[in-house]
Write a protein that binds this ligand. Structure first.
Ligand code: PGA
Length: 249
């Protein structure tokens, strides 16, 4: 399976900085000497169209960082999946831990958003991951399984979505799980998906949380890791490029 490298730019950057980052990435891409993974960048909402124009005619894809669970209507401040797709995005991150923590997104809201994304022709990247407390009390696996069970709409097909395992305690902290832990949890997710999703394609499972140019290669070589979701390091062109170069062919 082709690996994925996803850059989540979060709420960072001005119009000029975002354009510079996107254009530099396009330049790097044109100089690449080896097959590349599927690269997806996730700009803030206002810059989706700008980045789409800059990435035109390249293999780079765009994701939004969230979307509404509603299809349209009187929801001031919200952005619908169809609008995101209309601005050139093909994917949307849903259920990121920052959305769950700061904006009260529950599994049931995430599930509605996944359904809305599919209706809007977006492929959701569904984030799950345990908190530090859950990990310390030995409830990491139980928490991940519940999130998966409750965030996936019934009848979703394997080829319609991506899962990102992001331990909450690893995001933005510079701390990552041991490779054996990542391998174990990804194995658990793979097994649970085989119960929840009808047989067919394979759901890509990404790892996210303090991925850097230094640890990306080892993470990307781990069984059942089909890519990485990168926050901080995706804002630095050279680091992000090195992560891209660390993918398996
Ligand atoms: P980080 O963020 O790479 O800065 O830890 C990852 C994420 O939030 O997706």
């Amino acid at each position: 399976m082709q690996q994925y490298v996803v850059g989540n730019w979060k709420m960072n950057g001005s119009r000029v900085e975002t354009a510079r980052l996107a254009s530099s990435l396009v330049r790097k891409l044109s100089e690449a000497e080896r097959p590349l993974p599927r690269i997806i960048v996730c700009p803030p909402f206002p810059y989706l169209g700008l980045v789409h124009d800059l990435l035109h005619n390249t293999t780079l894809k765009i994701a939004a960082q969230s979307c509404s669970q509603h299809l349209e209507g009187a929801f001031t401040g919200e952005v619908s999946a169809r609008q995101v797709s209309d601005m050139g995005a093909s994917y949307v991150i849903l259920g990121h831990s920052e959305r769950r923590t700061h904006y009260g997104e529950t599994n049931s809201i995430v599930q509605s958003k996944v359904s809305a994304a599919l209706k809007g022709k977006l492929q959701p990247i569904i984030c799950i991951g345990e908190t530090a407390g859950e990990r310390e009390s030995g409830r990491a696996v139980a928490s991940i399984i519940t999130q998966l069970q409750e965030s996936l709409p019934r009848n979703i097909k394997a080829e319609q979505f991506i899962v990102a395992y992001e331990p909450v305690w690893a995001i933005g902290t510079g701390i990552t799980p041991r490779i054996e832990e990542i391998q174990h949890i990804h194995g658990v997710i793979r097994q649970e998906l085989s119960k929840l999703v009808s047989p067919g394609g394979i759901v890509p499972i990404l790892y996210g949380g303090s991925v850097t140019a230094l640890n990306a290669r080892e993470i990307l070589q781990t069984p059942n890791v089909n890519g990485v979701l990168v926050g901080n390091a995706s804002l630095k062109l050279e680091d992000f490029w090195q992560i891209i170069q660390s993918s398996e062919e």
